[in-house]
Structure formats: C-alpha cells, structure tokens
Design a binder for this molecule. Structure first.
Ligand code: ATP
Length: 368
C-alpha cells in the first residue's frame, strides 16, 4: 500500500443466491487490479431477500445511508422467488428498485458483446460480430409503479407506466454520448441510436419516441433508427450486427437485455453499469439464479466486467487515469481467460468454479 494512493469507498451489497459468490470473485479481481495504484475500501452491507427475512426490510436504513455516501456501489444480485410480499411480488426486489431511485441511476448500460472463446447460439456469429449497448431507462417506465399499483378486493389489479420528459431526455442523451464514444455498429461502422418502444399501441411509448427524436436532433452525426419492442427481438436474432446503441423504457429494457445476453453466452457474461449524474451502481444483468446458488457454478464474468466498469466510471468522475488503466486491464485479462476457455464455468462449457475463474483472471492480470 502506498501512502499517496487515491482511496475510494465501495459499498458492497452481496445480496442473495449467487450474489455473494460473484461479489467475492469480483472483489478478488478488483484487489489484484488496483494493487499499488489505489485503495478500495470495501464496506459490506446486508440487503435483499435474506435481509428481509432477518430484519423485515430488504433495504435497511443503514445500508441506504452507506450506499448514498459511498463513491460507488458493487452488488451481486437480490431477490429469492419464495420470499414474497402479501401481494405476490418479491420482497428482495425492493432493494433493486429503491436503490435506483435513491441514487437516481437513470441509465442502465448493458453491453451485449460476443467475446472470443464463446460460441453464440446464433449460427456463424464470431467475436466482434455482435457488439452493441442497450441503455435501459432505470428509474421510471412501468417499474416506477412498484409498490404504487392497485390491488382491489382480490379482483382488480393495475400498475401505471410513467414517462417524464426529463427522464426520457437524459437517458437518450446518455445513449447518444455512448454512441459518440464507440466505433459504430459492427455491420456497417455507422454510429446509430435505435429507439425501441411500443409507440404504435401506447401513448406513453409514443411520447418516448417523440421526445427521443427531439433529443437526437442535437446529434446529427448519429443515425436515428426506430424499432417496435416486439420486432426488435427478431432483429436482435437475425441481424445483431446492425445495432450500435439501443435506448428504451425500463420494462422493455429488462426483457430485451436478457435476450441480448442469450445471444452472447448467457446471463453469466452480461455486465451492467447503472449510472446517474452523481452515483454509480454496478452489478451483472443477471438475477440471483437460485437454481445454481451455493455450488460454485455461477459465472463471475458479468460481475467482474461490471466491476471494471465501476473503475472506469470512478476514473472519469475523479479524473484518475491510473484507475482507468486498472479497469482496462481487468477487461483485457477477462477477455484472455474467456478466449483461452480453460478456466471457465460450466455455463460456458468449462469445469472451473466461480472462484477458480476469478483466480485465472487475477493470474492473467499479473502476467499482463
Ligand atoms: P431477475 O428477474 O432477478 O433478473 P431472472 O429471473 O432473470 O432474475 P436469473 O437469476 O438471471 O433469472 O437466471 C436466469 C437463468 O440464467 C438461470 O437458469 C440461471 O441459472 C442462469 N444464470 C444467471 N446468472 C448466471 C451466472 N452468473 N452464471 C451462470 N448462469 C447464470
């Protein structure tokens, strides 16, 4: 440890199911990556379904205050299918929904990238052919109705989809800025933002398209493209190379990012960065995967790549080039491990455990 190292407070919320396993893996890689360069002060906090069972709250006040005060939040996953509120919704999901509005992380940035060493279920696609980013609006849309819907007499239930001009404008600007910093769609090299909605049926989605189009007028260097949310599922399968950046409402983004993940190796490799103007919250796109929890079977790639994004984001926020180099090094090491395909978890056809795969990434970091 160097006395001059920059210090960052990281709130770690391991959560439920595979959450603690993938978090431990990511923390091990982060420690190896920043060694001698920065000090990451990891503070652990309970939240999620098990926390709800133990203390009656999925996101207790102490964890809330710590997440708000930290420089960044690293999360595994939260929620368990059997831990429910009386209305049938998952108690553990309270954490995910509340932290997004607490930190106002309005852009959920989900890269969909096919890495060397991973076989896509889409025939003939190789590394580099699929490389786009889904930007999911993260604080409003249909999920803003969480806990605010109606359930009357066990006969009528309703949830309201909420769109605001501010919410649409800021997430579309974020998507456009991401496009500006990329090299365009793999198919034709064009910078393109695809606005995905269901504007042919619902007024709220038509408003999303209208405001998004207005915002994109400020980005004449980027092609604007439209797709309905049902049709885009076909395009993501038939011509994924067309996409550069997709921007969409919260619920649609939740759906299509799982589909996108499936085209590049599954949920285990799907990273995410949930970003606001002042806060960043980092977790893989996947859930708690109770079917494989506690067995060392979880692929840590998604969380490790999300942790790398955390360093990149902290580097931008704090003008810290050394930290950006650490983030880039993690991505490179992760890519090397995936390409070698000798230390991968069973979902990728390997036999390594979660921690063994993380250790392989640490070795690749040292070798680099
Ligand atoms: P949520 O709605 O909370 O996001 P989900 O219902 O989409 O969760 P996941 O928990 O993401 O479901 O799991 C979906 C499938 O992907 C399961 O078969 C699970 O085992 C698998 N899966 C998820 N994460 C991983 C991982 N890190 N490694 C390997 N397989 C995973």
């Amino acid at each position: 440890m160097n006395a001059t190292n920059r210090r960052y407070q990281i709130a770690v919320v391991p959560g439920d199911g595979i959450g603690p396993e993938v978090c431990d893996a990511a923390v091990a890689v982060l420690q190896a990556a920043v060694s001698g360069v920065a000090d990451l002060d990891f503070q652990y906090h309970a939240a999620g379904a098990n926390c709800y069972l133990e203390c009656g709250e999925a996101f207790p006040e102490a964890a809330r205050a710590a997440c708000l005060a930290a420089d960044a939040v690293l999360h595994g996953a939260a929620g368990l299918p059997g831990v429910l509120h009386a209305d049938g919704t998952e108690a553990g999901q309270d954490f995910s929904m509340k932290i997004r509005s607490l930190l106002d992380t309005y852009a959920n940035v989900r890269p969909i990238k096919l890495y060397a060493g991973i076989t896509s279920p889409l025939a003939g696609r190789k590394a580099g052919d699929i490389d786009y980013v889904i930007v999911r609006e993260n604080t409003e849309g249909l999920y803003a109705a969480r806990s605010g819907g109606n359930l009357l007499r066990d006969e009528i239930a309703s949830d309201t989809l909420i769109m605001t001009r501010k919410g649409i404008e800021r997430v579309v600007r974020h998507a456009a800025e991401i496009s500006r910093h990329r090299n365009g769609a793999p198919g034709d090299g064009k910078r393109r933002v695809t606005i995905v909605d269901k504007s042919n049926v619902l007024r709220s989605y038509a408003f999303f398209r209208h405001v998004a189009t207005e915002v994109m007028a400020d980005y004449p260097d980027i092609e604007v493209d439209y797709a309905l949310s049902d049709a885009v599922t076909i395009y993501m399968i038939e011509r994924p190379e067309h996409f550069d950046v997709i921007v969409c409402e919260n619920f649609i983004g939740d759906m299509i990012s799982d589909l996108g993940a499936a085209t590049v190796g599954g949920m285990g490799v799907a990273a995410a960065a949930e970003l606001g103007d002042d806060h960043g919250y980092f977790q893989g796109s996947h859930g708690t995967a109770p079917d494989i929890a506690g067995q060392g079977l979880a692929n840590p790639t998604a969380t490790i790549l999300s942790a790398a994004e955390m360093l990149n984001w902290l580097a931008r926020q704090h003008d810290d080039d050394d930290l950006a180099a650490c983030g880039a090094a993690i991505c490179k090491a992760m890519e090397a491990v995936l390409a070698a395909a000798t230390d991968t978890t069973p979902d990728l056809g390997g036999q390594a455990s979660t921690m063994a795969m993380a250790e392989a990434v640490c070795r690749a970091l040292t070798e680099a």
